[in-house]
Write a protein that binds this ligand. Structure first.
Ligand SMILES: NC(=O)c1ccc[n+]([C@@H]2O[C@H](COP(=O)([O-])OP(=O)(O)OC[C@H]3O[C@@H](n4cnc5c(N)ncnc54)[C@H](O)[C@@H]3O)[C@@H](O)[C@H]2O)c1
Ligand SMILES: [Zn+2]
Length: 680
């Protein structure tokens, strides 16, 4: 492998440093470039190249594979065939004909700016401080006041080839300039060396921030609004959890969404001030911001102490007007060539005193949408502190949101996994069948909440699956109603709601009738019969409020059907669970909630139940060695196969897929065939 060109290596190091500090740019926002010379393997001659961060990815973690590599002579030659601003989009396809070698990432829309500006190193960034100046009503004047002639104002223009030409011209005409403020959008800075470009970027960002800090009016968002201050933390989270299912339903009318909740000071302070309704209505400005947050958020116009019932009623009214408003925006701005409307639901919902709910096709997207609205609040604070916040107008926002190039990007997205957007809650998922089920559901695209007795084990199981964007672990004793509610609240705050519940927590005591104590009986019934009742009750409430249907799956047992010795407490509790399946299937069907069960048998591998005495006991009952129990069970079955946790997990998964959309009240035996437990 050839060594990386030193210009490109410096570029990556600089990008990683800039991207590591959120003051410099939003997540995955902005792009950077370097120009340098390399030997062309075809001619043996020197060739001038441009390394530029490609489409997608984040500066903070940029690697060589995230760079597009273009030949500078060919890139510059595009100027001679450029057909004018009306057809500037065609130039993006032309970039592919400038590529040098196989390269890494696809060239982004901003490639022209990097290639055409005559500087060895160029940074294009979205710093909150810079965008504050860029969105101030008198941004042009402020630019001169703050930066003198070192930074030049470039009026708003949609990113593309023409913007690249504009910036190149400004640089040529202003040799003293180190960068520019891009109206409504961000900053671009340059230097002859990587250090110089980085210093230029940081100087603009820090100078803007310092100027705002020094000259901002005291209350940029206006005076405090009576009754709109933050609720105390515990009350805030309780109200957030109570509202979350309804709000997720509102955000998921066109397509189901995963949610994220944030109650940071930035959000709560914004909502506590008098100007927040006017500013929220103006919407975001930087293209990166509104592509992820929609042009504007939905804001609940009730004080912090409004009841949950009143809040829900008002949110539902506001959702109707939000959708009408968005449809109006689409209708006003769409042309016959525009892509179809992509859905009219809000992606950001703000609740005074409580916080911000943000939505996306997965947890990461939902979380980043929230981060971007936080960036937008910072931008508004800066702009209002110095001047008046004046984002780009809606026609321009529409031109970006429904840009053919943006649409093409969306069309290129990989097909979502079968359980994408679904939030699963699996009880007893730190071990055995539950753990395998959580892993399977996550592998098929679900976000997973793992509830178990030990927080440490639940979190460890979640960490094995992935980051907090995929799985979280929560402590719960399912036999305790308050603990169950706390688990469901945690799930709702982590991912926005709950769609798929697996009642798996359980334990097994193998005792004869005469040996079974009252305590044994109660424990078996508390954890399995009552526990799954409590979990079904708390989660069905969430699902009913979401209006998105759902699935509840009970891990029952062969022993709910089959009668054997030494099993009265366990078997009776399992039969109770099995009948809950039928009862709840009958009751919850009107809400689109399916309730089904799985009847496993003889799952020895990975099972805590078997490891902690039950296995030894069963082995003794059947007269075999404990380590041979799995094989012994296999020989009892019709198929002569050992049943593994993954087999149960697969059955749970299938019950929840679209393929079984018309099945409820069913139990699937996963026992390798036990005739005595056949259902009839
Ligand atoms: N292993 C089998 O052969 C088999 C057969 C039929 C049914 N099942 C059922 O499958 C389920 C899972 O069993 P497994 O074999 O994976 O056992 P396991 O012991 O490996 O897992 C059960 C998990 O449930 C948790 N749990 C127990 N009580 C709890 C409570 N009060 N609150 C929250 N979590 C609690 C445990 O901590 C454990 O992590 C159980 O309901 C069991 O009855 C198992
Ligand atoms: Zn940009």
């Amino acid at each position: 492998m050839s060594t990386l060109n030193s210009a490109a290596a410096e570029l990556i190091a600089r990008s990683n440093r800039l991207g590591a500090d959120p003051k410099n740019t939003n997540y995955a926002g902005g792009n950077t470039s370097a120009k340098g010379t390399e030997t062309d393997p075809v001619t043996g001659q020197d060739v001038e190249l441009l390394w530029v961060k490609g489409s997608g990815g984040d500066l903070g973690t940029l690697k060589e594979s995230g760079l597009a590599v273009l030949r500078l002579d060919r890139m510059r030659a595009l100027v001679d065939v450029y057909p004018g601003v009306e057809r500037e989009d065609e130039m993006v396809a032309a970039f592919d004909y400038c590529l040098h070698g196989k390269g890494g990432a696809a060239p982004s829309i901003d490639t022209a700016m990097h290639g055409l500006v005559d500087a060895a190193h160029v940074d294009h960034l979205h710093p909150d401080s810079g965008i504050a100046i860029a969105t101030a009503a008198d941004g042009e004047q402020l630019t001169t006041t703050i930066f003198g002639d070192k930074v030049v104002w470039v009026p708003w223009r949609r990113p593309g080839f023409q913007l690249g030409l504009d910036i190149a011209e400004i640089k040529a005409k202003n040799p003293q300039a180190i960068g520019c403020i891009l109206g409504g959008h961000g900053i671009t800075a340059w230097g002859d060396t990587s250090e110089e470009a980085e210093a230029s970027s940081l100087w603009i960002i820090d100078t803007a921030a310092a100027y705002i800090a020094e000259h901002s009016k005291a209350e940029p968002f206006g005076p405090a609004l009576d009754g709109y201050g933050a609720l105390p933390a515990a009350e805030r989270l309780a109200k957030a959890a109570a509202l979350a299912p309804t709000i997720r339903g509102i955000a998921s009318q066109d397509r189901p969404m995963v949610g994220h909740f944030a109650d940071t000071d930035v959000v709560l302070d914004f909502l506590a001030a008098a100007e927040h309704p006017r500013l929220a209505e103006l919407g975001t400005s930087c293209p990166d911001h509104f592509l992820r947050t929609k042009v504007k958020p939905l804001v609940l116009d009730l004080p912090a102490d409004a009841s949950v019932e009143d809040s829900i009623a008002r949110l539902k009214e506001l959702a109707v007007s939000y959708r009408e408003d968005y449809q109006g925006y689409y209708d006003r701005n769409a042309t016959p060539e525009s892509p179809a409307i992509r859905g009219a639901d809000p992606l950001i919902v703000l609740v005074p005193g409580v916080g911000m709910f943000s939505y996306g096709k997965d947890k990461q997207t939902a979380r980043v949408a929230g981060e971007f609205y936080t960036n937008a609040i910072n931008v508004m604070r800066g702009a209002e502190g110095l001047s008046t916040y004046a984002p780009i107008d809606e026609a321009e926002k529409f031109r970006i949101e429904y840009w053919a190039l943006e649409e093409a990007k969306l069309q290129r997205m990989p097909k979502p996994k079968p359980l994408a957007t679904r939030v699963a809650l699996v009880t007893g998922a730190a071990s055995g069948i539950g753990k395998a089920t959580a892993e399977k559901l996550a592998a098929e695209g679900a976000c997973v909440v793992i509830g178990d007795l030990s927080l440490e084990k639940a979190q460890a199981a979640a960490a094995e699956i992935g980051t907090a964007d995929v799985a979280v672990g929560v402590q719960v004793d399912v036999s305790n109603a308050d603990a169950v509610q706390a688990m469901v609240d945690a799930a709702v705050l982590a991912f926005g709601g709950v769609d798929l519940v697996v009642n798996n927590a359980g334990l097994s005591l193998s005792r004869s009738l005469l040996e079974t104590t009252e305590k044994d009986w109660d424990l078996q019934h508390d954890v399995m019969a009552k526990g799954s009742f409590l979990v079904s009750k708390a989660t069905a409430k969430v699902m009913i409020e979401q209006e998105l249907g759902g699935d509840i799956v009970y891990i029952s047992s062969k022993n709910s059907i089959f009668a054997g010795p030494n099993n009265v407490a366990y078997g009776a509790a399992k039969a109770d669970q099995a009948h809950q399946v039928r009862l709840l299937a009958a009751e919850l069907g009107e809400h689109g909630i399916k309730v089904n069960g799985v009847n496993p048998d003889g799952v020895v591998q990975g099972s805590g139940i078997f490891a902690s005495g039950w296995g030894a006991n069963r082995a003794a009952v059947y007269g075999v060695e404990e380590q041979d129990l799995g094989k012994f069970y296999a020989q009892r079955t019709i198929l002569k196969r050992e049943v593994l946790p993954a087999n149960i997990a697969n059955a749970v998964y299938v019950l929840c897929t679209a393929e079984l959309s018309h099945t409820t009240g069913l139990h699937i035996p996963v026992d390798a065939g036990v005739a005595a437990a056949f259902l009839r």
